[in-house]
Design a protein. Structure first.
Length: 158
């Protein structure tokens, strides 16, 4: 099985599970008469995911021209940058774990710096101010504009 069809199969399974959760989401009494429900976007995303993954799985394969890039298969995985990918996944997991103990501002700044370093950025004099200012801007927008409370500081300081 080609890698694109294998990924489409995994995406189909994920979309079906996500769709099941979205379609069986229990509504609160005041949500029953709302025009747009909390599960409306997840329902649409799951249907879109199912349709697109089925289209990928049943579509005919294009002919590869001589000297073209060819097909991405499991044998070509060695050429991918798996170290960077695993580094980013590890940074995301660490971000989720550290978000409450060290606070939003520190966790987000650290995540941006670690992710940029994993992708090859080495200019720390530029990277650190951008990471901190981005974290502060996101916190301010979410806190003040949307009115959603985010704990900016570590839990032992508040």
């Amino acid at each position: 099985m080609a890698l694109d069809r294998l990924v489409a199969l995994v995406f189909l399974i994920v979309s079906l599970v996500y769709g099941y959760a979205a379609f069986t989401y229990p509504l609160l009494p005041f949500e029953r008469n709302m025009a747009v429900l909390p599960s409306t976007l997840p329902m649409a995303l799951s249907v879109l995911g199912v349709v697109l993954s089925v289209l990928i799985m049943v579509s005919p394969r294009p002919k590869v021209a001589e000297g073209g890039l060819g097909e991405i298969g499991l044998e070509t995985v060695r050429g991918f940058k798996l170290g960077q990918t695993l580094g980013l996944v590890a940074a995301m997991i660490a971000y989720a774990v550290l978000l409450r103990p060290i606070g939003f501002l520190a966790a987000t700044s650290l995540f941006i710096v670690v992710s940029a370093v994993a992708l090859g950025e080495r200019k720390f004099a530029v990277l650190v101010p951008i990471a901190v200012s981005t974290a502060v801007a996101i916190w301010y927008l979410v806190q003040e504009t949307l009115g959603i409370f985010l704990r900016p500081w570590p839990s032992f300081l508040s």
